[in-house]
Design a protein around this ligand. Structure first.
Ligand SMILES: Cc1cc2nc3c(=O)[nH]c(=O)nc-3n(C[C@H](O)[C@H](O)[C@H](O)COP(=O)(O)OP(=O)(O)OC[C@H]3O[C@@H](n4cnc5c(N)ncnc54)[C@H](O)[C@@H]3O)c2cc1C
Length: 445
């Protein structure tokens, strides 16, 4: 049996950030990440937000990421609403605001990045390893639990390689596999079923795309009657590839092929595609004759932390990726979970409560904004207006439409988690839990 203070299952963005935060909070802790991933493992989730950069800076991981030279992003282009003209989220020009200088252009405009995940994830993992985190290249196969006064606790985990690992605190960052979560809680679906199909290509005609208002330095999202399309260019760091895919209901996407996708999504003509997908490739640039598929729908786990465990990233909740928010949620709440686990070990028994309540609130905000995307495809101004109202009602911020939309959809609002580090009154907790459909699981004081 090997013993650690904190054991993190999963070394994606959530896991590395949890480890970085635990060590930053208390450098004397023994922290381990268990993950079987090789350095060249494919994962979707390539468009990062200004909120991601802010969270990386909290963990002092912005420097290593900046050095990697990822493709820069100036905002997003959306085709959605009453016209077919794109409208934009533009990152602002800011001064002395703590936003890392390495992620601003020479005139002070904020930048985010598009990243090939097989490069990005290992950069974070290697850096936390350099700082003293033990990386165990193995997969959690079984989990031993026991009943405690505080509910079901985790006793130990066993890996495929037969290693038995025990810790004072466990953090599940294993993404959709829910390696720990499935033993201590259940997950509930959110909304209707939606799946994804995608591939990579070097054959987008960017002169055509630019003429339609799209940009290699933006996350491009096109709403169509059949679902929506994303085009995310990965630049030099991504071998010149663009990630181009579709999200829709299973009845539409299960029939989608490289040949017929331009029939279901004629808007692909705006990227220079005439008949069929052009030059489909795998994430590492090999030619392919099929799409990647992502089968999962939005869900949230019914309980986000318990006796000696907590959940972060996709292992906690996954919301439709229309706003490209998954990695930002993962890095931010990974960080918050790691910090809270260290604080718990130092005697603060409420630390995870605060994180969970903020997490649920953010989940509710995102569900509302994403719901408006699907629920109202005609009045663009309403969508932005919704974010103005959320900014005011939940965070007390007076922002105009442009700033509120950026602030909410780029998850810059997550900064409030630090400011609002206090227990929520029960009535507010009930409201948040109701919005997430988790009412029956809420424990109030
Ligand atoms: C179609 C689609 C498009 C998306 N686009 C975007 C986007 O543009 N931008 C964005 O930010 N997000 C996007 N996302 C979401 C993003 O992919 C995820 O939210 C993000 O990867 C979550 O990070 P994580 O660290 O929680 O989990 P993951 O990145 O899934 O990492 C989990 C880690 O756990 C490990 N693991 C799994 N099981 C075990 C086990 N049993 N034992 C040990 N280790 C284990 C895995 O090897 C992996 O390294 C998209 C998602 C989909 C489906």
């Amino acid at each position: 049996m090997e013993h650690f203070d904190i054991l993190i299952v999963g070394g994606g963005p959530a896991g590395s950030m949890a480890a970085a935060a635990a060590l930053k909070t208390d450098p004397s802790l023994s922290v381990a990440i268990v993950d079987p991933d090789s350095d060249n493992h494919h994962r979707i989730g390539e468009a990062l937000l200004t909120g991601t950069i802010m969270a990386l800076a909290d963990a002092d991981l912005d420097g290593v990421v900046a050095k990697a030279g990822f493709h820069h992003k100036i905002g997003a282009a959306y085709v959605w609403g009453e016209t077919r003209d794109p409208w934009y989220v533009n990152y602002p020009r800011t001064e002395d605001d703590g936003y890392p200088e390495a992620f601003k252009d020479e005139t002070g405009y904020r930048r985010s990045i598009h990243v090939p995940r097989n490069v990005f994830d290992p950069i974070l993992r290697r850096e936390v390893q350099r700082r003293g985190v033990t990386i165990i290249a193995d997969k959690v196969r079984s989990v031993a639990t026991h009943a405690t006064e505080a509910g079901t606790g985790i006793l130990s985990v066993t890996t495929d390689g037969g290693r038995k690992l025990r810790a004072k605190r466990y953090i599940d960052c294993s993404g959709h596999s829910l390696a720990l979560a499935r033993h201590v809680t259940e997950r509930s679906p959110i909304g209707g079923a939606r799946i994804a199909r995608y591939a990579y290509t070097k054959d987008i005609d960017w002169s055509v795309a630019t003429a339609h208002g799209f940009d290699v330095h933006r996350t491009n999202i096109v709403s169509t009657p059949s679902g929506w399309i994303w085009a995310i260019h990965l630049g030099e760091a991504g071998g010149g590839l663009t990630s181009l895919g579709f999200v829709s209901t299973p009845d539409i996407l299960s029939k989608l092929t490289l040949e017929n996708c331009t029939d279901a999504f004629p808007e692909l003509a705006w990227f220079g595609f005439g008949q069929g997908y052009r030059g489909a490739r795998t994430f590492d640039g090999e030619e392919t004759d099929r799409f990647y598929g992502h089968p999962d729908y939005s869900f949230a786990c019914n309980t986000l932390h318990g006796a000696n465990w907590s959940l972060a990233g996709d292992a906690a909740l996954f919301i439709d990726p229309i706003l490209s928010q998954g990695v930002t949620l993962a890095v931010h709440y990974g960080f918050m979970r790691g910090k809270a686990a260290a604080l718990e070990l130092a005697g603060d028994q409420k630390a995870q409560d605060h994180v969970t309540m903020n997490y649920l609130r953010e989940g509710a905000v995102l569900r509302k904004v994403v719901g408006e995307w699907y629920g109202n495809n005609r009045a663009v101004s309403d969508w932005r207006l919704g974010t103005v109202m959320v900014s005011k009602a939940l965070f007390g911020e007076d922002l105009d439409e442009v700033a509120a939309f950026r602030w909410i959809t780029n998850l810059e609002n997550l900064r409030h988690d630090y400011i609002a580090y206090h227990p929520y009154p029960d009535e507010e907790r009930v409201k948040i839990a109701r919005a997430l459909g988790l009412e029956k699981h809420l424990v109030t004081a």
